[in-house]
Design a protein. Structure first.
Length: 222
């Protein structure tokens, strides 16, 4: 039986950073669910599908096979056997993913793929509904959170490092608005699973968070 770790939490809590680090140290496959949604969007763009045509998207997504692997120690996303990493971070694909990810057919297809990956390999997966919907049977469930003030400050500093103009209050407001949308959406709202361990990172360093989650994983893996 595979060993699965589910990490959920609001935007800006550092889920991806933490999940990647824990995966590397514990020899787990990190399943980047966001990249999988981008790969599906790339497939739709290549096939010339009208992204707002729910029926067309539903039919075409049956032809997409998306999986996660590693090459040279780097995570690779495969679309029908092709390494598509270099195509996933373009603005066009990102915009398309924001549309296609809202389609129930796409979500059902990718959740099925994610569950298949988790059944075959020891893995760690992060998102908004991994512990509640995608991997409800995961041996470890973490709800990673932090105050909106701390998350806004982290994002503000990240943007400053990239040389982008930004406003701290605006960022905080946007984060709080996204929290509300995520927690109140009709399909798979963000919430802490009943058996998840909450880890508040507001006053923790990245290394402290990684250590805390690894300790929980080792305890549950015994």
């Amino acid at each position: 039986m595979s060993f699965n770790v589910a990490i959920d939490g609001p935007a800006g809590a550092g889920k991806s950073t933490i999940a990647r680090a824990v995966a590397k140290r514990m020899n787990l496959i990190y399943v980047d669910t966001g990249a999988m949604y981008r790969a599906m969007a790339l497939f739709m763009l290549r096939e010339g599908v009208d992204l707002k045509d729910a029926q067309a998207v539903a039919e075409k997504c049956k032809e997409a096979d998306i999986s996660i692997g590693y090459e040279g120690g780097e995570q690779v996303v495969y679309l029908n056997g092709e390494n598509v990493n270099s195509y996933l971070r373009t603005q066009e694909v990102g915009n398309a993913a924001s549309i296609t990810s809202a389609q129930p057919s796409v979500r059902r297809k990718l959740v099925e793929m994610q569950q298949k990956l988790a059944a075959q390999r020891d893995c760690i997966m992060d998102g908004r509904d991994i512990g509640t919907c995608v991997l409800p049977g995961a041996q470890v469930k973490i709800y990673l959170t932090a105050s909106s003030r701390v998350r806004a400050k982290r994002r503000y500093e990240e943007l400053l490092e990239k040389g982008q103009d930004c406003d701290l209050d605006t960022i905080r407001r946007e984060i709080e608005e996204r929290d509300y949308r995520d927690m109140n959406r009709e399909a798979s709202p963000l919430r802490q699973a009943d058996d998840a361990v909450q880890v508040d990172t507001s006053d923790m360093t990245v290394e402290e968070v990684i250590t805390r989650i690894m300790d929980i994983c080792r305890e549950r893996r015994r």
